[in-house]
Design a protein around this ligand. Structure first.
Ligand code: BGC
Length: 383
């Protein structure tokens, strides 16, 4: 099946049924299984940003296997965090006849040409986890509640510092503590949501002086980390230790980190500077995101304080549901039609919930749900 699923134009999804009708009648009479038979003729192109982070490998695998289970052909590509590679992969998917695209972008603004081309061919475009900005040619968005993820990152930091209890209620502690702040990649729309959620949550503590950012560096551009890169974060932490903490001899209590890879870079710098190898031994409290296996082990070992668990299997399920809706000529079900303005349109979205992981609830959230096994956590490596 190589028909476009969508008519050209801003009405987008409305015309999908026409595409599907074409598709179903093309292969209809001879195919088994009614509407599921139609899925066999549909190819879904899945563009993922990188294989350097486990979460994206898990996302890719989950989307691929769930699409295949539903009967779709899948063209899955990872772009090595390189924008031209992702552009080429999308060009190739379109040339090869993808009928639907699921795209987790590297740079949320760099894909306009590819998406225009796709839209011209009537291909519905689903933004996966990261919003694609500055184009009309994005039909739907599946993600987590990214602002709340940022809130949770700050809450976990505040809990690690003793200001919040296990229910994330204030403990009444009024000691003064010193922190530093890191943000994600400035070209990823999510990074701003995480930063805003976190900074709004830290604000009362910064305002009344319980918290101070030692370096004074708090604006997004200064604290962001291009491509979420671990080495870049380690370097910035080392520079901060030199400029503000006398190489590591001045007190630093916590670091807000938006992603586990960044957390590990920060922790390496702190450990090398002599703060201690564990929180108990004096290592500052560091937050995270993604429940990457290396960080989950570090949380269990008392090295990293917390992470945010975003169940990529559930996100994959939503992406597949959206693709199936398009394949059936329907609109995917949104649960948020206000929050995600990409500069040209508010993109209808489906937002999932995330959870804070600390050492106490690793078993409940990550092992019982089948996300990681005990052996993997023990080893700190995915099987
Ligand atoms: C995702 C995060 C991830 C980050 C780095 C963001 O777009 O939402 O889950 O930590 O990219 O890969």
């Amino acid at each position: 099946m190589r028909n476009g699923l969508r008519m050209i134009g801003v009405t987008g999804v409305v015309a999908l049924g026409i595409g599907l009708a074409g598709c179903a009648s093309d292969g209809g009479s001879g195919s088994e299984g009614g509407s599921e038979g139609a899925a066999e003729d549909i190819t879904v192109g899945v563009a993922m940003p990188t294989e350097t982070s486990e979460r994206w490998i898990a996302d890719g695998e989950a989307v691929e296997s769930q699409l295949e289970e539903a009967g779709y052909e899948v063209d899955l590509q990872f772009a090595n965090d390189d924008i031209p590679t992702q552009q080429q992969q999308l060009d190739q998917m379109i040339t090869n006849g993808a009928d639907i695209l699921i795209v987790a972008s590297i740079d949320g603004t760099a894909l306009a040409t590819q998406l225009e081309n796709a839209a011209g061919k009537g291909i519905p475009i689903i933004a996966y986890d990261r919003l694609i900005n500055g184009t009309e040619n994005v039909d739907f968005y599946v993600t987590f509640d990214n602002y709340t993820v940022g809130v949770q990152q700050a809450q976990s930091l505040l809990r690690g510092l003793g200001y919040l209890d296990e229910n994330y209620e204030e403990t009444g502690l009024d000691e003064e503590k010193i922190i530093e702040v890191f943000a994600g990649s400035p070209d990823d729309n999510n990074a701003t949501f995480f930063y805003n959620g976190a900074m709004d949550t830290l604000k009362p503590f910064l305002d009344d002086g319980r918290l101070t950012i030692g370096s004074g560096q708090d604006d997004f551009d200064t604290v962001s980390t291009l491509r979420w890169d671990q080495a870049t974060a380690q370097k910035r932490m080392e520079d901060l230790l030199t400029s503000t903490y006398d190489g590591g001899s001045k007190p630093l209590d916590g670091v807000l980190s938006p992603y586990d890879g960044i957390s590990r870079g920060i922790i390496t710098a702190l450990d090398n500077a002599g703060y201690g190898a564990t929180i108990e031994a004096g290592l500052p409290v560091v937050s995270g995101q993604d429940a990457e296996i290396a960080s989950v082990k570090m949380i269990r070992d008392g090295v990293q304080y917390a992470t945010i668990f975003k169940d990529t299997r559930k996100l994959a399920t939503q992406a597949v549901a959206a693709a199936s809706a398009y394949a059936e000529g329907e609109e995917p079900e949104a649960n948020d039609t206000e929050s995600y303005d990409n500069g040209l349109k508010v993109v209808p979205s489906f937002l999932l919930e995330s959870d804070i992981v600390v050492s106490d609830n690793i078993g409940e959230l990550l092992v019982d749900s089948g996300y990681w096994t005990e052996d993997e956590i023990e080893a700190g490596v995915a099987e």
